[in-house]
Design a protein around this ligand. Sequence first.
Ligand code: HEM
Length: 505
Amino acid sequence: MPYCLGLQTAANAFLSIGFATQFTLAIVLSLIIITISSSFQKDPTDAPAPLPGSSLLHIFPFFRRRFDFLNWGFHASGQNIFRFNLLRNSVIVVSGESARETFFTAKGLDLTEGFKILSGAIPMVRGVTSDLQSRRIHLIHKRLANIQRNAPLSDLMPVLLEDSRQHMKTWGSSGKFDPFEKVYELIFQLTIRSLSCKEIADDPALVAKLKRLYDDLDTGTTPATVLLPWLPTPAMIKKLWSTKAIYDIINKAINEREASGAHHNDTLQMLLDAGDEKLVVVGFIMGLLIAGARATGTTASWMLTFLGGHPEWRSKAAAEVEGLLASMPSSSSSSQPLSSRLATIPLDVWETETPVLDAIIKETLRVAQPHTAMRRNIGPDCYIDNKRIPTGAYVIYPFSDVHLDPELYPDPWKFDPARKEDSNVPFSYVGWGGGKTTCLGTRLAKVELKLVTSLFILGFEHSVIEPSTGEPSNPLPTPNWNDILLCRPPQGSFALAYSRTQVPL
Ligand code: HEM
């Protein structure tokens, strides 16, 4: 056994030398071992840089403080592409102009697959949400395009205005509110009206219940429910319960409509008339409500907040809408309710003759839409900026990379609808998505935003205040990109003070 003997001799020799030498030797040996073993594990040169810490503790801020986490990741890795692991899933975060271009155009990067695991707002319920394969999703997108054709969207406008009028009347003649509650509630009502049916939209208690259930889904999305969806944590059970309760409400409305033989001019009718299977009808309403209400609610809340803090843009927008009203022959009588007068402005005029409102919407989305686009590479392996994206890996692109880039948007946190984007830079604005994936509800969302804003700024005066003193807010509230749902500043940090104008709603 010469090998064992040799070891014994070496150990004896090691023990017989002094402590300082032992210590130095131990350090040198450890360094050699670390170097040798890490050279065995070395990532291939085309692999994105890993984050320095990859324990779950390091990754938790991805769920809780995403904006800070991603910025830290770029800083800590020193790269514009880095990766980390969410349990067994590899997630690659990309940034920069050429990476953005590939991200939005690469064939294998799939939105639905990426969304499924990384978002986790809707639990996958076997037989309902988990079975919405691509054929059905495609059909849902087709139906969404149908409800946004000229005729149905024009029919919807007076109904949305009437809903908004009734809602705003409940706000009284003056007061103050948090837009992330009151304006969000109004947008939820309009989204239910646009995407579901008369029976639900006409029942304020049912709409409020649905809103609570959707809020539960949002707030119940914890790291555990995303990473370990099969683990029956209290949060997961609550989410499953909420999903089932939403399903029951929608299912009941569908069954009652079918059984009664009643016919209404609404989205549910369009879906039933198209003869789609129940799963598509339920999937359309359940899935799009969450996509539509959240993004539109956030945008409307921020638009009114920005307008309250920038009176010059408020006046410009009000003048634009007054100009349109004045040009409509049938709405000349200002004794008519404002909502009815606004309803006389045709859809194409709202879409093509409101440059001020368009610029305000665009700037609001740039600075206050904290979206992180998520994809999964469904194959084959591809490259972003010479870094390999293996099949099955998740890829994410934070919109802050482009929308808050001071090179493209000087003084990026400033709300300035007059700024122009640099059209020579590819995908320099992605507020409605880009490349392979653009928002399929843009037309509806823009109309909702324009109608609500117009009714509010002509029907009310408003400004941003500090809630405890009632003094004008200084500084104005800043979008909080760590709140991935609403971009909402700390609760209670500001309010909108409003009072009715002479114009009847
Ligand atoms: C202000 C409101 C809205 C904004 C800012 C917005 C923004 C976006 C963005 C940026 C994307 C692309 C996401 C990505 O690349 O990861 C997207 C996709 C999508 N949006 Fe919207 N959205 C809004 C309202 C709506 C509404 C009201 C609906 C439905 C009624 C809707 C339906 C969709 C759908 C179905 C997709 C996925 C498209 C696909 O799979 O190719 N959105 N939206």
